[in-house]
Design a protein around this ligand. Structure first.
Ligand code: KG4
Ligand code: ZN
Length: 337
């Protein structure tokens, strides 16, 4: 079996298509939506319209550059969720229509499962079982991965995601959207020990980021009252300090899980895994604790269809297909079989 699959990702503000052949990703075509920048965040209505505008072009480009004809495809895959409903609808409708027209199977993919399997696009690949810290704009989870399609969420945020905390901190500082990458950039020239924030820790492997968001808001408010130019004068130090704090909160739980479950294959995935503070802190901790660490290439950290294609490949091999008549956007837990 050498399946050739076209995968579509449209869960948020990236329209992406990828073709995978026998487990090898041939391309990863992405159109990012700049329309949201002036609003300081993703506007769902505009996101779905932009997906509609981009999807035909992106799919055609993925097919053209793969050298694979539509008649050669064995299945069409799409991101079922989690994500913005209007955005997901564009992808699922397109994938369904294409599967119907070509009379080939349809494969639904959980977006967070796809982030984890981004580690199977290129070498080196983690061995099973491994722990994956999946950190994005909507999720913060520690996942125990026993097999390509066997996932157990062992810890997750009880309120906001860490990506939201990065974005919110940037917004409070008046930085343009998207805030996470801006904080990362400014932090490079800042002192991470300049400011210390209150540390709250949840029991078990769970996270909470709502407290630090509020603490950061009050910190900035109080400093601005003393010095109206505080942000302008110290933006590098503020960014480096909040980044260090958030990274510490993430790694504390990862270390606890690694120790208690005795697993030393450790991966990170999702948009926030592009953060250079997290990437370097993970490498340092990995060296200290004898971990094999896995950090995705930048193009596979943020949303992309290559990772969706990877899940689709394993689902195809396991004969897991989606009924064309099933409600396409019902809730899809990551550990669903
Ligand atoms: O995985 P992703 O592209 O979309 C979701 O599934 O949510 O993650 C987007 C999140 C945003 O919160 C964004 O600010 C954050 O990832 N992000 C970063 C960096 N690059 C993206 N956060 C910190 N540092 C970065 N370099
Ligand atoms: Zn994502």
């Amino acid at each position: 079996m050498h399946p050739k699959i076209l995968a579509i990702e449209s869960s948020c503000d990236e329209t992406s298509a990828s073709v995978i052949s026998n487990g090898k990703v041939l391309n990863n075509v992405i159109a990012s939506q700049s329309v949201h920048h002036k609003y300081g965040g993703v506007v769902p209505e505009l996101a779905s319209r932009a997906h509609q505008k981009n999807i035909v072009h992106i799919v055609n480009e993925a097919l053209r550059s793969s050298g694979i004809n539509t008649e050669e495809l064995d299945a069409i895959a799409f991101t079922k969720g989690p994500g913005l409903l209007g955005s997901l609808l564009v992808g699922v409708s397109f994938a369904k229509s294409m599967a119907l027209a070509l009379d080939i199977p349809l494969i639904e993919v959980n977006h967070m499962q796809a982030h984890v399997l981004s580690h199977f696009i290129e070498d080196p690949k983690p061995g099973f079982p491994f722990l994956c810290l999946t950190v994005s704009g909507g999720h913060t989870q520690i996942i125990l991965v026993k097999e390509h399609l066997d996932f157990t969420v062992i810890g997750e945020t009880q309120d906001d995601a860490v990506g939201e905390a990065f974005d919110k901190a940037a917004k409070i500082m008046g930085l343009p959207y998207p805030g996470g990458p801006m904080i990362d950039r400014l932090a490079k020239d800042g002192n991470p020990d300049a400011f210390v924030f209150p540390y709250t820790s949840m029991p078990s492997y769970n996270f909470s980021f709502s407290g630090i968001k509020t603490a950061f808001l009050y910190f900035i408010r109080d400093e601005l009252a003393k010095n109206p130019s505080f942000i302008e004068e110290r933006k590098n130090d503020i960014s480096a300090s909040i980044q260090k704090h958030l990274v510490k909160m993430l790694l504390e739980k990862l270390e606890k899980a690694s120790f208690e479950l005795n697993i030393k294959e450790i991966a990170i995935a999702g948009g926030v895994s592009a953060n250079s503070g997290l990437r370097s802190a993970l490498k340092v901790k990995g060296k200290q604790l004898g971990w094999n660490t896995f950090i995705p290439d930048f193009q596979y950290c943020t949303d992309n269809a290559a990772m969706v294609a990877m899940v689709a490949h394993y689902k195809y091999l396991n004969n897991i297909f989606t009924d064309l008549n099933a409600s396409p956007l019902a809730r899809m837990p990551i550990d669903a079989k």
